[in-house]
Design a protein around this ligand. Structure first.
Ligand SMILES: Nc1ncnc2c1ncn2[C@@H]1O[C@H](COP(=O)(O)OP(=O)(O)OP(=O)(O)O)[C@@H](O)[C@H]1O
Length: 308
């Protein structure tokens, strides 16, 4: 349903995309994860026909986003990460306006708008002015707006960004409902666990390159296979670093301020055995713990440098 091939985008001297290739099949929910400036918005804007690539191709439903923008626009609902002003419209009028601009007849709009408001749990705000809605509600209304013409493909750029935890959960619940409708969805976020729950495939983008892609379970397996441990000692820093680097399960060990971070590829029992050995060898260890962090941070740590 979405086909992106060798996509490059330059803004002056900034290279935003460096050869992105990905395919999203009909009905798939694809999560795009990456830090700020990685290129997520650029890919989505190209798919939404708002930007043209420097080279490479992007297609939606077989239509080229540059050559057939009208056809592509009919197929997609795009929710940007930033919304404009609302000019004193009520929630209903706002959706009515966008419905009309998508070519829906008054009758179709009368039917679709209450359905959309119900989907995004804003029925009780039908006649409320949009400017008066909370940020989470505005975001949900934005989602309703991009769904008003019943698109086959939904492109959501950080739909939960800037929302408080409760609003994030509400947004996630709505997206789960959408998933059940069989639509093809491309959704971006900084936070992998947030996407992992609802996506079947994840692409990790860094510096304009896709550094990892696969089923959520595969990505998690890769992450579980390598964890980051934080070790603090009173002294003997250098011998400990050398000792850690010689351990077979340790792929990397670096000193950062008052602790050492190691990339560890072993099991829980191997982790326990390492700690035991270090204590037997009389390293004055004061802390030995796994960095919980969010999984995306750990993944980006693992893939660090791959995209640059
Ligand atoms: N209109 C533009 N003009 C110049 N540079 C741009 C423009 N749009 C994006 N960029 C640059 O392209 C790169 C990719 O930006 P993009 O917005 O696609 O990243 P992102 O992954 O969506 O990040 P964020 O999570 O912050 O939205 C960045 O270096 C950004 O500064």
């Amino acid at each position: 349903m979405i086909e992106v091939k060798d996509l490059y985008k330059k803004f002056g001297r900034t290279v935003a995309l460096q050869g992105i290739t990905l395919e999203i099949k009909k009905g798939q929910i694809y999560g795009f994860v990456g830090p700020n400036g990685a290129g997520k918005t650029t890919v989505m804007s190209i798919l939404a026909t708002l930007l043209t690539p420097t080279s490479g191709t992007a297609k939606v439903g077989g239509y080229d986003c540059v050559k057939h923008p009208r056809e592509v626009r009919r197929l997609i609902g795009y929710m940007p990460d930033f919304f404009g002003v609302y000019d004193n419209l009520t929630a209903y009028e706002y959706l009515d306006f966008y419905g009309a601009s998508y070519g829906l007849s008054p009758k179709e709009r009368q039917r679709a708008i209450p359905q959309m408001l119900e989907l995004v749990q804003l029925t009780h705000k039908t006649d409320e002015y949009v400017d008066m809605l909370s940020r989470g509600m505005k975001q949900r209304l934005g989602l309703a707006r991009c769904l008003i013409h019943d698109p086959e493909v939904i492109i959501l750029d950080e739909p939960a960004s800037g929302l408080d935890p409760r609003s994030r959960i509400e947004m996630r619940e709505i997206l789960k409902v959408l998933r059940e409708t069989g639509k093809t969805i491309l959704i971006s976020s900084h936070i992998l666990p947030e996407l992992a729950e609802m996506c079947d495939t994840i692409g990790i983008i860094e510096s304009g390159k896709l550094v990892a892609t696969g089923k959520v379970e595969e990505i998690y397996r890769k992450m579980r296979a390598q964890r980051l441990l934080k070790i603090r000692v009173l002294d003997k820093w250098e011998p400990l670093l050398a000792r850690l680097r010689s351990a077979p399960e340790v792929s990397n060990a670096v000193r950062e301020d008052d602790h050492i971070i190691i990339s560890f590829n072993g099991s829980d029992s191997e982790q326990a055995a390492l700690l035991q050995t270090l204590l037997i060898e009389k390293y004055p260890i004061t802390a030995f713990s796994e960095i919980e962090g969010n999984l995306e941070d750990i993944f980006l740590e693992i893939t660090k440098g791959v995209g640059s």
